[in-house]
Design a binder for this molecule. Structure first.
Ligand SMILES: Nc1nc2c(ncn2[C@@H]2O[C@H](COP(=O)(O)OP(=O)(O)OP(=O)(O)O)[C@@H](O)[C@H]2O)c(=O)[nH]1
Ligand SMILES: [Mg+2]
Length: 205
C-alpha cells in the first residue's frame, strides 16, 4: 500500500472523544520511548505529524491520524514509564484498556518492543490481556538500526522462546527502524491485507 494522504484528526483524553468507529483502525502500543510516534511518522512519510521526544512520556493522549482517507492509525500513550506518578500510570493504563475494549473498529494492535531489551513483563502481560479480549495483535521490534544482525537474531529468538512459554502459537513479528525506514513496506502491506479481510467480513457472500 502507498500512503498518499495522512492527517492528524484528534487527540482524545477519553475514548468517548475519539472519532466514530466507521473506519478500520490500527493502534501502536508499547512502553514509553519505544518509538510509537516515530513509527507513525515513518509509515506516513511525515517528519513531525506525531510528536516524538527523547524523553519518555511524550504522548499523553489518544491520537488519531487518518491515512488515505480510509483508515485510522492511532498513536497511544506509552505504558510503564517509571517517572510518572503511580496514579498517573494507573490512569494511562485505564485509558488504554478502555480504548481497546471500546473500539469495535479495531482491526489489529501493533505491540512495539525495543529490539535491544529483554522480554518485559509489562509487555507480555499486555499481550496476554489482548489475547483474553480476542484482540488480534502483532509485535514490532523497533530501533533495529541500533543493533547488528547477529545480536538482533539472538534477541528475536529469545523473545519468541519466552512467548512460547505461554502462547501455543506465535504472533506475527515485524522489524522496524524509524531512521533507516526498515519495515515500512511490510507493515503497510500487512495493514492493507488486514483491511481487505476486515471489509470482507462485512460483505454478503
Ligand atoms: N535510532 C532510532 N531511534 C528511534 C527509533 N524510533 C524512535 N527513536 C527515538 O526514540 C525516542 C522516542 O521515540 P518516540 O517515537 O517519541 O517514542 P514513543 O513510543 O512515542 O514514546 P512516548 O510517547 O513517550 O510513549 C526518540 O528520541 C526517537 O528519535 C528508531 O527506529 N531508531
Ligand atoms: Mg509517543
Amino acid at each position: 500500500m502507498r500512503v498518499t494522504t495522512s492527517e492528524f484528526v484528534v487527540s482524545s483524553a477519553k475514548v468517548e472523544q475519539c472519532p466514530k468507529t466507521e473506519k478500520p483502525e490500527f493502534a501502536f502500543i508499547g512502553r514509553s520511548n519505544v518509538g510509537k510516534s516515530s513509527l507513525t511518522n515513518m509509515l506516513c512519510d511525515r517528519k513531525s505529524m506525531a510528536k516524538t521526544s527523547g524523553a519518555p512520556g511524550k504522548t499523553r493522549l489518544i491520537n488519531h491520524f487518518i491515512v488515505n482517507d480510509a483508515w485510522y492509525l492511532v498513536d497511544l500513550p506509552g505504558f510503564g514509564y517509571a517517572k510518572v506518578s503511580k496514579k498517573d500510570r494507573a490512569s494511562f493504563m485505564k485509558l488504554i484498556y478502555n480504548y481497546f475494549e471500546q473500539r469495535e473498529n479495531m482491526v489489529n494492535a501493533f505491540v512495539l518492543v525495543d529490539c535491544r531489551v529483554e522480554p518485559q513483563k509489562i509487555d507480555l502481560d499486555f499481550m496476554e490481556w489482548l489475547g483474553t479480549k480476542g484482540i488480534p495483535f502483532t509485535v514490532i521490534f523497533t530501533k533495529i538500526d541500533k543493533m547488528n544482525s547477529a545480536e538482533l537474531g539472538k534477541n528475536l529468538e529469545r523473545y519468541k522462546k519466552k512467548m512460547l512459554e505461554t502462547w501455543e502459537e506465535l504472533p506475527k513479528f515485524f522489524l522496524s527502524s524509524a531512521t533507516s525506514r526498515h519495515g515500512k513496506d511490510e507493515i503497510l502491506n500487512y495493514i492493507d491485507y488486514c483491511i481487505g479481510v476486515y471489509e470482507e467480513s462485512f460483505s454478503d457472500t
